[in-house]
Design a protein around this ligand. Structure first.
Ligand code: FAD
Ligand code: SF4
Ligand code: SF4
Ligand code: SF4
Length: 429
């Protein structure tokens, strides 16, 4: 990819044809003044009656709405469905406003379970314990429709609609990049209006955005949100794949963002399957992308002010990896994956009841289950801007060395660190 030499992040909502004046004198909608206040949920795009909004990538590769002033009627429908800012305001994250309510004080905390699908193969194909397959199977068996995120043929992430298990199966596994919701919200509405049972799964801000777009409490809608550390930039991911392909003089054929089969549930190793010019397949196991992801350099700006980083979530069920299960119930952990399930609503409770026979479960205390992403957003790394400047000005390999632990010096440092730790442990014994 040809990149300009300069990193120029955008600030507020972008317009096309903004020289076009409106006779009524009404201003163009200001969807967000700071890019931290837009999560890219597409509710505004879907709500616009004249298709005046398109989602376009910014310099970090995240989709944001762009408004065509020539088409815009200044009707304000896009503003009315934009929920993120309201939720950020409640949490006190909006620069201009103090917190509005004390959410935690007024709400019942969710019930909490550790869950493993009884079918071992399903569990192995899933990120954690396979709870998503359990609930989506039930929806499909009822003649319903499932929405979720799949990997595209270009190894990007995209939401699709599934009526068959084969399509739903593609939703299994975490894709550590922001997924495209292109055209999805209107499809969900049309399924709901047709009386179909719908399960929508995605990040909390995608679920909140969908509900805000719908503006109606449909009884036939069920939602599942994933606990998310933050969604990484698809642009960095694409460049990472290009770098790996060039390095191995081979073409990428398959990707596993977190290879559980070969390394276990707890480990975090990305596996790329590449084909070289001789037609041979090479398996590349790497932690370079993982380290940048864990360093929180790759997250969308809104993720650093995520209002859903608490035990309260907008979906009926919240699912996650049950980190910490080895401490509270070691007998339940086999390093093949355990899901954490938060039951947030009556509808979620009824859905969970339907799938209880397909899973092994353990009721847990919420206070024993609080991983960092259930407490507060991850802070912006102090050198995030430096990271992006480097991405724009230097080869990817330099970024991989500085932020992804790549290269001889980094490997030597890690080996030395491991040696020191094991010596210290021996001396303590
Ligand atoms: C970007 C990202 C960050 C995450 N961060 C955390 C974390 O901090 N802590 C934690 O415990 N778990 C995290 N997860 C994992 C998530 O909690 C698991 O999806 C969950 O454990 C589901 O378990 P399962 O076994 O039912 O999985 P699966 O069957 O593998 O579940 C797949 C589900 O994930 C959804 N999904 C996959 N990729 C995306 C995506 N890019 N955008 C939206 N939805 C997606 C699918 O639609 C489907 O609903 C993260 C996942 C993603 C994609
Ligand atoms: S509705 Fe969603 S995509 Fe549109 S401005 Fe608001 S947060 Fe961004
Ligand atoms: S004000 Fe109305 S017409 Fe203009 S972008 Fe928003 S929804 Fe579309
Ligand atoms: S961290 Fe929050 S804002 Fe970011 S993708 Fe996840 S739910 Fe959305």
């Amino acid at each position: 990819m040809e990149r300009s030499k300069q990193y120029v992040p955008h600030q507020s909502v972008r317009y096309l044809n903004s020289e076009n004046k409106d006779d009524s004198g009404k201003p163009l909608p200001m969807l967000y003044e700071n890019r931290e206040n837009c999560c890219g949920c597409t509710a505004c795009e879907a709500a616009c009656p004249v298709n005046a909004i398109v989602m376009a990538d910014d310099s970090e590769g995240f989709p944001y709405p762009v408004i065509d002033a020539k088409k815009c009627l200044r009707c304000g429908k896009c503003l009315a469905v934009c929920r993120l800012k309201e939720d950020q305001r409640e949490k006190g994250y909006l620069k201009d406003a103090p917190p509005k309510t004390t959410e935690a004080a007024s709400k019942e905390p969710p019930a909490c379970y550790a869950v493993k699908h009884k079918n071992f193969e399903i569990r192995m194909a899933s990120r954690s314990g396979g709870i998503f397959t359990a609930v989506s199977d039930w929806i499909l068996e009822q003649g319903g429709v499932v929405y979720g995120c799949v990997q595209t043929k270009d190894f990007l992430a995209q939401h699709i609609r599934a009526e068959r298990k084969e399509d739903r199966d593609r939703m299994r596994g975490s894709k550590y990049i922001q997924s495209s919701l292109d055209g999805i919200f209107p499809q969900v509405r049309s399924d709901l209006d047709a009386g179909r049972k719908v399960l929508f799964s995605g990040t909390s801000c995608q679920v909140a955005g969908l509900k805000s777009y719908l503006r109606t409490d449909y009884e036939n809608l069920l939602t599942v949100d994933i606990v998310c550390h933050g969604v990484p930039s698809p642009l960095i991911w694409k460049e990472y794949l290009v770098w790996q392909s060039k390095k191995h003089k081979a073409v990428c054929k398959a990707v596993d963002f977190r290879n559980k089969r070969d390394f276990g549930w707890k480990a975090h190793v990305e596996t790329l399957t590449l084909q070289n010019v001789r037609g041979e397949m090479i398996q590349v196991n790497s932690e370079v992308y993982k380290r940048m992801f864990n360093g929180v350099y790759l997250s969308r700006p809104s993720c650093y002010q995520c209002p859903y980083k608490s035990v309260f979530h907008p979906a009926d069920l919240t699912i996650a990896d049950y980190w910490g299960i080895q401490k509270i119930a070691p007998e339940f952990n086999d390093n093949k994956g355990v899901s954490l399930v938060l039951v947030n609503t009556e509808a979620g409770k009824a859905l969970f009841e339907q799938v209880k026979d397909t899973v092994e479960l353990l009721e847990c205390k919420l206070e024993d289950s609080l991983q960092p992403a259930l407490k507060a957003p991850f802070p912006v790394p102090a050198d995030r801007t430096e990271f992006w400047k480097m991405f724009y000005s230097e080869p990817f390999e330099a970024l991989a060395k500085k932020y992804g632990g790549y290269g001889f010096v980094n490997t030597a440092k890690r080996k030395l660190g491991r040696l020191k730790r094991s010596l210290k442990a021996k001396l303590r014994r």
